[in-house]
Ligand binder design. Sequence first.
Ligand code: ATP
Ligand code: MG
Length: 403
Amino acid sequence: MLSRLRRAGYDAYLVGGCVRDLLIGKIPKDFDVSTNAHPEQVQEVFRNCRLIGRRFRLAHIYFGREVIEVATFRAPHHQQGESLQHEDGRILRDNVYGTEEEDAWRRDFTVNALYYDVSDFSVRDHVGAMVDIESRTLRMIGEPNERYKEDPVRMLRAIRFAAKLDFTIEPATQAPIKDLGSMLKDIPSSRLFDELLKLFHGAAAVKTFHMLRENGLLRYLFPLTDDYLNQNADSSAEHLINASLANTDARIAEGKSVTPAFLFAAMLWGPLLAELNRKSYDVPQYQAIHAAADQLLATQLQYTSIPRRFSVMMREIWQLQSRFEVRWGKRPWRLLEHPRFRAAYDFLVLRANAGEVPLELATWWTDFQECEESEQKKMLKKSDAPKKRRRKKSTAAKKIIEA
Ligand code: ATP
Ligand code: MG
């Protein structure tokens, strides 16, 4: 595909994350191409091509299920043309085309600004990126303060790359983050949701989470979580977050699926318990959780959007927790058949590992779902006698609130 652009008379290079990843021995997750052909010209060369984006116009070329992103070289935004900058420095539109070298200088970090020429296997470095690759340094191109003001999301990107690549953030690149973090408040919640997924589903969630906290950025993604953690040091909810992020990293490493619903369920679990405690809701537990979740979401959604299917699943994971306490009669079997059983059970295991519920409860459910029906019957007999049912039920309801 690069050669096709070349045959049509254009320059074309692999660029950005994929070149960086190849150089440090990681497998790139996708390939980006940079060219001097304008998006419309790219479309003339490829039939399987769609132009996307207003803020940043791009060509997407489709090869079966793969998409290759082709961007035209950009010039600095202060030049004439179709660009737009907000008075606080933010770049709202960035469609001024330029040369390869200009394109390199307007990228974010040096290690993201390498160009690979597949025709002669040469790497083109305009910003001193090779030195930084060798010393594993994440360095902002240009004046960091200004570059963060142009696009505050670069602060989150700094944390993401440092954590994922295991690079050190160069001091001048790190320094402004503490002061400029609040600029993230002006970023659309949908963009922050997208960024949040990259931060937490990039196989380095544990490290990312700690770096976000240390750099004062967690509060612009999860304000309630940040408050909760600051007020409840070393809480079981904090252990639960760590356990759940470690679990997410492990699942991604094994190629298993992960869902944002689980991330939100874990991140907001502490705030949920606090909210239930604070209001001492005098209604059945199901309604109490529902009302508390409404409260939390009202705040969270001002920061990051959450597509409804994920917030619905997050609520289900929470609602099912108390049903694990019931280990008699027909209800355990019914719970096994619930479409969210698996996610809720995984969450229970994390709560047990975090010391919030007895490990024995989680093990019981691990055994119960794995054994034969005859064994299951024995397990139900062995557990709580029906006589205790009434008392047990109400403790189950209270337990989750007191946890
Ligand atoms: P990943 O492996 O996570 O995809 P990436 O480096 O490819 O990492 P992308 O978000 O896919 O990151 O962006 C592709 C390239 O576009 C980056 O390497 C960088 O050069 C440039 N870029 C992306 N976002 C910005 C930004 N906000 N400011 C400046 N340059 C950016
Ligand atoms: Mg990429």
